[in-house]
Unconditional design. Structure first.
Length: 88
């Protein structure tokens, strides 16, 4: 990681120190996060990708072979629920 030296007004450094102490973090980490958020907002940096997480359904469909017979399962569902096809 590269190091950079910047000058900040005392009013900002005082508040930064207080924030870092209250949140049990370092001033450096706080400034890094603030700059990252600013650069994302300004369009110079891409948002970090969040990990993709699937939440399991609270209740399953009861089928055990949907990935193999998806067309048949869908057709049975449509027939059982009397869903009308899209009409132009």
């Amino acid at each position: 990681m590269e190091q950079i030296t910047i000058e900040l007004p005392k009013s900002i450094t005082d508040v930064l120190t207080t924030y870092a102490q209250e949140h049990q973090t370092s001033s450096s980490a706080t400034v890094q996060k603030a700059i990252q958020q600013f650069l994302i907002q300004e369009g110079y940096l891409a948002k970090p990708k969040k990990p993709f997480r699937l939440k399991p359904a609270t209740q399953g469909s009861g089928y055990t072979d949907t990935s193999i017979n998806h067309d048949a399962v869908l057709a049975e569902f449509i027939y059982a629920h009397k869903i009308q096809p899209n009409q132009p």
